[in-house]
Design a protein around this ligand. Sequence first.
Ligand SMILES: C[S@@+](CC[C@H](N)C(=O)[O-])C[C@H]1O[C@@H](n2cnc3c(N)ncnc32)[C@H](O)[C@@H]1O
Length: 235
Amino acid sequence: MRDWISYWDSDHPIYVNARHFDVHYANIADDIVRLLPGQQARVLDYGCGEALHADRIAANCATLHLCEAAPAVRTRLKERFGRTANIAVTTPEDVAAMEPGSLDLIVANSLIQYLKRDELVKLLKTWRRLLAPGGALVLADVISPKQSAIADALSLLRFAASNGFLTAAFIGLVKTTLSDYRKLRAELGLTTYDEAEMLKLLSEAGYDAARLRPNLGHNQGRMAFRAQKNAAIAN
Ligand SMILES: C[S@@+](CC[C@H](N)C(=O)[O-])C[C@H]1O[C@@H](n2cnc3c(N)ncnc32)[C@H](O)[C@@H]1O
């Protein structure tokens, strides 16, 4: 396995059991619902993963685009949501071809650590073009260089303890440590940003941005940012 998309496309052990899988995506969906500007919102969840509870988001907005690069994940998304009228499962190429100004909210949760910095810069440009006036981009679960794998593991264990899957989480952490994730992390690395660096990158890409608290999901050692198009800068 040579890249992160192939990893996410594979049968990986990141979700330690069905309970973890379910509460993880329920949490993320509920957090995205809280970000919705209203029932009329046109929303994009970029790098959505399995998005198990995306129907909760779709019930509270006009349209929900689920963008995922991993083909097998996309197939499952289509099986899950093919009959939900206002959910569209899309590829990154589909998103790049969308009409300018056609989205009110773009969320990328736990995505940008898997992108090279220049890939993120390119996506920031695409997303900026797609945002309607007043629209917002939320980048969440951003890892700072100071955040350790141990802090991530402890956060998962706390989440597991409060959701009844602590034993499975211990076993899962051991499996992940022995798995391709660990090898890929050593080989490809994860892209990290500190707060000032992320705000600078967003500003250079033509956004007015600020830290958003709390982060989406359970890991409050990671960061979220809310950004809007800086109207003073031409497209
Ligand atoms: C850690 S998972 C996060 C999934 C979900 N957003 C969540 O919060 O649970 C990262 C997801 O991003 C997808 N991904 C990675 N690179 C991508 C890219 N360039 N474009 C779209 N999706 C991508 C992966 O396939 C994977 O499903």
